[in-house]
Write a protein that binds this ligand. Structure first.
Ligand code: ZN
Length: 433
């Protein structure tokens, strides 16, 4: 399970294209480190201009240290009647992540504390790791565990834990300004589809789409093993973090549930306002949450020393769907149409931030006469477009952005932005930032 079956780069713009990439990446044994992460980055690098950065084992990263690199050749248990169970070759979920090597024979009683089952469903294999403890173990279904006869079991784990490196991948897409938009996801889960690969493929599709567009912001898209990966990135970029204007941690974006957005630690960042506005005005089912220091890599980007304007964008958040961290989070659980809708939503958020400007009304004494300028289509029209003209004129005092105005008016950003452009053509408001 060392290398991927690499298919030719396809079109990631569709849900079907993203799902095909997800299926290609699914078998790889990703973890905090190791060849599965590199193979994943290599597959993405065939489609995107990706730089892979390796940080050596033992490197101190703030309060952490880059761990030993973990790789797996094989792992299985042999029952007293000679059957192989919990075989890594069948599913990488069977092996406790970061298991140390062992080859030993022991009784079922001695083995039992090393065997992990799903807390609720007897037919699911759970996903468990032990990154920071020197231990080993296997994951299997409760049904299989309950069927095991007494007797001597051979356990065989052929893994290596050696000095190596932690790898992450970054795609940097320069814009007309060096202000940055950071989009990030993790690449440390093995064969799990929604809680991990959905974010990986949606971010890849987003990078592909952004490559084709004119950009104001410089985009930095990051695929890194959780927690330590972002910390390596933050350490490397420490001197230029003040360039980051907006950021999103993207995860769990392939399930059929509604959207969830967790605000940045600041809570009032432009990204917070943009995501909330897009979700509200697009009519999709969604939940907005305040910041909490729980969840994913936003905990690092929003730690108090950095306090970056980074929110967390997902559908059903990790650990809130029943399939979470189990063999049920498989490729069928992730829906192509959900991936596609998530991508569309992210592109809309990007569009809002790309087009958000602040204007100053140059004719602030009374309302300017719009009819004379052909900007009022009919007397007393009251359409959304005409309302938008009045909102832009009234609130453009040089301190409120178009997004602020869209939020206050409850009118989609695109309508407000179009109205501002129309007015600007007639010299009414002037762009100030
Ligand atoms: Zn997870």
């Amino acid at each position: 399970m060392g290398t991927a079956e690499l298919t030719l780069p396809g079109d990631l713009g569709s849900g079907v294209g993203m799902h095909a990439l997800l299926r290609e990446l699914f078998p790889l044994n990703r973890s905090l480190t190791g060849e599965g992460v590199r193979a994943t980055l290599l597959a993405l690098g065939k489609r995107l201009p990706m730089e892979v950065v390796e940080t050596p084992t033992g490197t101190p990263i703030f309060d952490w240290t880059v761990p030993l690199e973990w790789n797996v050749r094989e792992a299985w248990i042999e029952t007293p009647d000679g059957r192989r169970i919990a075989d890594f070759a069948e599913s990488n979920l069977h092996l406790l992540g970061y298991s140390v090597p062992i080859d030993a024979t022991m009784s079922l009683e001695a083995l039992r504390p090393r065997l992990f089952t799903h807390p609720r469903d007897p037919d699911l294999v759970p996903y468990r790791t032990a990154y920071w403890a020197e231990t080993w173990g296997f994951c299997l279904t409760r049904r299989e565990l309950d069927s095991l006869p007494a007797g001597e079991y051979r356990v065989h784990i052929d893994t290596s834990l050696k000095a190596g490196a932690l790898a992450y991948g970054e795609v940097r897409l320069p814009g007309s300004s060096d202000e940055e938009f950071l989009l990030t996801t993790y690449v440390c889960h093995p064969s799990l589809a929604n809680d991990n690969l959905s974010g990986v493929v949606v971010l890849a599709a987003l990078a592909e789409a952004l490559q084709e567009r004119p950009r104001r912001y410089t985009y930095r898209l990051l695929w890194s093993p959780g927690t330590v990966g972002p910390l390596c990135w933050l350490r490397r970029n420490r001197e230029q973090l003040d360039r980051i204007r907006h950021g999103l941690v993207v995860s769990c974006v392939g399930d059929p549930g509604g959207f969830t957005y967790k605000h940045s630690r600041r809570g009032d960042a432009e990204i917070d306002s943009a995501v909330a506005h897009v979700l509200r005005t697009s009519g999709v089912e969604h939940v907005l949450r305040l910041w909490a220091p729980l969840g994913g890599d936003e905990r690092q980007f929003c730690s108090p020393g950095f306090d970056l304007p980074v929110g967390a964008f997902s559908r059903t958040p990790a650990d809130e769907f029943p399939e979470y961290h189990s063999s049920a989070d498989n490729i069928d659980f992730v829906r192509p149409e959900a991936l596609e809708e998530s991508l569309a939503m992210l592109l809309e958020i990007v569009d809002v931030l790309e087009r958000n400007e602040t204007y100053l009304n140059l004719s602030p004494y009374g309302e300017p006469q719009l009819g004379r300028r052909g900007l009022y289509r009919s007397v007393g029209g009251g359409s959304n477009v005409e309302e938008a003209l009045l909102w832009v004129l009234n609130l453009s005092d040089g301190t409120k952005s178009l997004l602020d105005i869209a939020v206050r008016a409850g009118i989609p950003f695109a309508t407000i932005s179009d109205a501002a452009e129309q007015l600007a053509k007639h010299g009414l408001p002037q762009q100030v930032s």
